[in-house]
Design a protein around this ligand. Structure first.
Ligand SMILES: [Zn+2]
Length: 203
C-alpha cells in the first residue's frame, strides 16, 4: 500500500504498540489501514466416485487441476460464494443450501483462509463448461489426477486422498488444516467427526 484510500496522501508503515504489529498509517488524515487475511471459498462437487475439477488457464499453476474456488465477495455467505465460483468456473448451478462444510484451511504465509464445502450430485450432472479461468472442466476420479498435475499438491499434502476415501465410505469428517506457516511448521491437520446434521432450510 502506497497511498491512503481516504485522502490520497502517502502512507507509511508504522509500529502500533497497542496492536503489537506494523500497520499502514496516513500521516495526513490519520487513518489506520488494516490489512487482514482474505477468504477463499472452494467446492468439492462429488458425482459417483468423481469430483469436479478445473484445469487452470492462468499462471500460477497453468494447466494444473484445482477445485472450483476463488475469493469470497462482500455480502455473500461462504456457501453462496462457493456456489458462485462453481458456476463461474464450470457452469454448474448448485444450491448453496446443499453444501456441507468440508475443511477450513489456515494459509498464514499468503494471508488467506480457505473454506471448502462438499456437495453430492445425484443423477446425471447438468452440462458443464469451462469459464474464462479454465482450459477444461471435468468430473475426475482419483486415478485421473496424477499428483504432479494437481495444483499446489506439495503444499496441500498431495492428492485429495481423504476425500476419495470418504466418498467411498460415505463417512465424512470436517478438517482443520494449517499449511505453509511462516515458522516452517508446514502442514498440520486435525479431523472432526460429524455427529449430526441439522437441516436449516425452512420449507
Ligand atoms: Zn489519509
Amino acid at each position: 500500500m502506497n497511498y491512503c484510500s481516504e485522502c490520497g496522501c502517502a502512507v507509511s508503515l508504522e509500529w502500533v504498540p497497542e496492536d503489537g504489529r506494523q500497520r499502514y498509517l496516513c500521516g495526513s488524515c490519520g487513518v489506520t489501514h488494516y490489512d487482514n487475511p482474505r477468504v477463499i471459498v472452494a467446492s468439492l462437487v462429488c458425482w459417483r466416485d468423481r469430483i469436479l475439477m478445473c484445469q487452470r488457464s492462468r499462471e500460477p499453476a497453468y494447466g494444473q487441476w484445482i477445485l472450483p474456488s476463488g475469493f469470497l465477495e462482500c455480502g455473500e455467505t461462504l456457501q453462496e460464494g462457493a456456489a458462485r465460483e462453481t458456476f463461474e468456473e464450470a457452469g454448474l448451478i448448485i444450491d448453496p443450501a446443499d453444501l456441507h462444510l468440508y475443511s477450513v484451511m489456515n494459509m498464514t504465509a499468503i494471508q488467506q483462509v480457505a473454506v471448502a464445502f462438499r456437495v453430492q450430485i445425484s443423477g446425471k450432472p447438468a452440462e458443464i463448461r469451462p469459464g474464462p479461468e479454465c482450459l477444461k472442466v471435468a468430473f475426475l476420479s482419483e486415478e485421473d489426477i496424477p499428483a504432479n498435475q494437481f495444483a499446489w499438491f506439495e503444499a496441500l499434502g498431495s492428492r485429495p486422498t481423504r476425500l476419495f476415501d470418504e466418498l467411498r465410505s460415505e463417512d465424512y469428517t470436517i478438517q482443520l488444516l494449517s499449511i505453509g506457516t511462516n515458522d516452517g511448521t508446514g502442514f498440520r491437520s486435525r479431523e472432526y467427526a460429524i455427529r449430526g446434521h441439522h437441516d436449516y432450510r425452512q420449507d
